[in-house]
Write a protein that binds this ligand. Structure first.
Ligand code: SAM
Length: 230
């Protein structure tokens, strides 16, 4: 019998005690299906999926003290950089059937793997195989979203995120931007790069709510959480 604790600050997030250690998890929306080899455990009729902070920067941010968590049942998300679905799948668990995740990935090969491992088992994911630099080409997005999550590891990632927010994020919606400093400049001090990206967001009409570094899970990465004020 495993011990499961609900997290009052993070909707849809659970802590499961295993070998005396609490580990982060979400309730599996796709019964019996794993996405990246994560462990599944059942308790009280619910199946939980362990969420690996070394594989998912969102889990790393929660463990490192994230204060603003915009995901919950029914939330609409535009997710840039879906890859093979590690983090998207946990976001899909959290927003549940009433929510929706528009998942953008520009590599056709990676997107096929994403569909096979993750999207085809989850009705709340819509896959968009497109370059996030061209949000005007997305087909299938309807209305505005509550959250834009951007993890594309590109030198112009902040500009791309802002462009997508201008088109699809509602006023007062939240942008969660993963900044990989080495994608921008390999020699510059990461903290300087994080400050520069924060300044870009502020000058584009965002209020920066929190910046959180992801060490030791991901070196030279930060998550910047900001609110779109316009
Ligand atoms: N967010 C994923 C996760 O946590 O599971 C990891 C994302 S990985 C760091 C970056 C992904 O973004 C890659 O799959 C890459 O193909 C994709 N990507 C990079 N540039 C892109 C762009 N301009 N448009 C769409 N996808 C892009």
């Amino acid at each position: 019998m495993v011990q499961v604790r609900t997290d009052n600050n993070f909707s849809g997030v659970y802590w499961i005690t295993e070998n005396g250690q609490e580990k982060i998890a979400t309730a599996n929306l796709a019964q019996g299906k794993k996405v990246y080899g994560e462990k599944l455990v059942s308790s009280g009729g619910v199946e939980y999926r362990f969420w690996d902070p070394f594989r998912s920067k969102l889990a790393a941010a929660i463990i490192n003290g994230l204060k603003f968590f915009p995901f919950k049942d029914g939330v609409k998300v535009l997710y840039l950089g879906a890859s093979t679905g590690t983090t998207v799948s946990h976001v899909s668990d959290i927003v549940k059937e009433n929510g929706i995740v528009f998942a953008v990935e520009f590599s056709a090969r990676v997107a096929n793997e994403f569909i096979d491992r993750c999207a085809k088992f989850r009705k709340n994911i819509i896959t968009i195989v497109e370059d996030a630099r061209r949000p005007e080409n997305y087909v299938g997005i309807f209305g505005k979203v509550d959250v834009v999550y951007c993890d594309i590891a590109q030198p112009d990632q902040t500009d791309i995120a802002i462009k997508n927010c201008k088109m699809f994020l509602r006023k007062d919606g939240i942008l969660m931007l993963i900044v990989k400093s080495r994608s921008i400049d390999v020699v510059k001090e990461p903290t300087k790069i994080f400050e520069e990206e924060e300044r870009k967001l502020k000058s584009s009409g965002f209020e920066v709510l929190q910046k959180i570094e992801l060490t030791p899970f991901d070196k030279d990465h930060a998550l910047i959480v900001s609110k779109k004020l316009f």
